[in-house]
Design a binder for this molecule. Structure first.
Ligand code: HEM
Length: 219
């Protein structure tokens, strides 16, 4: 091959992306990795999130997303992961079966590893079903984060208190609705109506229902 032919070949390779075509298999592999990473990350955040009503009460957020935002991320990538993971499995079935049966060098049987893995999974399953350690420790940790959100100053007077219309919330607090409405208007709060919920009014004013509650309680 002379120098001219060599240059032409190199030019064609650059034009064709270094001689490579866009391949489906690595695309699926990358999608599987990325969706798993997002799934695991959002899963950890979900582990740390407070229970629904308390999350709304303190206006809980992590990295700018609220509870339902993280649940949406987790559910979305759960679906993506199931789909691309399944395709990844099918595309690599032969290699996976060889790896799981004869090992990567095709010289050994993995019976001992198979038995130990099955045993570990079975022990964890029993521990999960009977709620005994170590799985019970995991669930105790979850309960802690569920019931003690960062930023909780005062517990809501009743479950889903933030969903009550302002009038009912004020009555339950022993306040006169019309007087408090005037006080809040004078303070410059927006979106005020006795029929709107504490949560809606708080959101309108970039505060949490808890902060609004504490403000009202001071009057
Ligand atoms: C990759 C590691 C994963 C981690 C760390 C993780 C963690 C979590 C946690 C902590 C929760 C909340 C449980 C609770 O409310 O107490 C959750 C919910 C959930 N997870 Fe995962 N998860 C993972 C993978 C998956 C996968 C692979 C799927 C689907 C195949 C999945 C589907 C779901 C669904 C549907 C929920 C309910 C979400 C909701 O409340 O709307 N997760 N996950």
């Amino acid at each position: 091959m002379n120098a001219n032919q060599n240059m032409n070949l190199n030019r064609n390779q650059v034009r064709n992306g270094g001689g490579r075509t866009f391949k489906f298999k690595p695309l699926v592999s990358f999608l599987t990795v990325f969706s798993f990473l997002l799934l695991a990350f959002s899963g950890v955040i979900l582990y740390l999130r407070p229970e629904g009503s308390l999350a709304r009460w303190v206006g809980w957020k992590a990295i700018g997303l609220d509870k339902s935002g993280w649940e949406t991320v987790h559910n979305t990538f759960c679906l993506v992961f199931i789909i691309v993971g399944f395709i990844h499995l099918i595309l690599n079935l032969k290699a996976i079966v060889i790896y799981l049966t004869a090992g990567i060098d095709r010289t050994r049987k993995n019976l001992a590893e198979l038995v130990v893995a099955a045993l570990l999974i079975f022990i964890l399953l029993v521990s999960a079903v009977w709620r005994i350690p170590p799985v019970s420790w995991l669930m105790e940790g979850r309960s802690h984060f569920k019931n003690n959100p960062a930023g909780l100053l005062v517990k809501p007077p009743a479950t889903d208190f933030e969903k009550l219309p302002l009038r009912r919330a004020l009555e339950q607090m022993g306040k006169t609705p019309e007087r408090i409405l005037r006080e809040l208007e004078a303070r410059g709060l927006r979106g005020l109506s006795l029929e709107s919920s504490l949560e809606e009014i708080a959101r309108c004013n970039s505060m949490s229902p808890q902060e609004l509650y504490l403000l009202i309680r001071a009057y």
